[in-house]
Design a protein around this ligand. Sequence first.
Ligand code: GAR
Length: 311
Amino acid sequence: MLKQFCLVCGMFEKLRHKWKVDSTQLFLVITTFAVGGSLTGIAARKLMTLLPVQQAVLWTILYIIIMTLTWPVMVLVVSIPLGQFPFFKNYLARIASRISGSPHKTENVNPHKVMPQNMNIAIFASGAGSNARKIIEHFSSHPQIKIALVVCNKPGAGVLDIAAEHGIPTLLIEKEQFFRGDTYLPQLKDKGIGFIVLAGFLWKIPAALIAAFPHHIINIHPALLPKYGGKGMYGSYVHEAVIAAGEKESGITIHYVDEQYDHGGTIFQATCPVEPGDTPASLAQRIHSLEHAHYPAVIEQTILSQLVKNH
Ligand code: GAR
């Protein structure tokens, strides 16, 4: 029983990937097929009563022809109230093109409304990787965006275990090679990387890498830039400085990466209070929650809007 249930779940999961839909849309698509199919049967039988055909073989042939012609109309009609008209229009066009042998241009059937291209991300991280985990989980079944590589500069860093847990390839980089700027470009190219996300990555990004990914590298900083950024300002050093300065508020900044530390254009900021009696550890915890809540979604929005612009 359990085995059969797992088989069915696996089948639905395959369909979801094949049709590039989320679970809700998969349910609506299957419902459209079921309701459209039943209405086709009813309509075909009604139409057959209008035809003066008795002979069994002829009746069956005509019935099949009527079913074949009625089915596309029925599923399209049912798909409208279920909000699946674009999916079925595209689906039927694909069937028609297969029958006629002419190529069909795929249309957007995605809940995100944009399907121009796909994007492979590399996450660069140096530490525990709690942000990397949230990002990996967020994109684990995304129709367009895939975490294709985790780049790390520290053997034994927690982020490497997280990557392994999710079957994501890792690249361990070496300082001198990295600061040459272009040494690791072939590995990034090899994985089809189009966007780089820094998640607690503590080395400065060299100019050649920025030039290879213009406006396609973003970073998260655990404070409200331009305050408390720059060389040496990372992790608990940032929180110590914020508390020492008596700030009432801190937060996170997600920004494009340029050739200076914590400097490129801001994409997003969110704030949280600094409570009396906060320690760097307690503030770090609040900041981490803010990061986990926002970073994956901001990455997604940034990439999708770039894909639409470049389309
Ligand atoms: C995060 O808080 C991130 O903002 C910070 O390192 C932490 C990494 O945590 N980055 C910087 O300070 C960069 N200047 P994580 O490894 O658990 O994601």
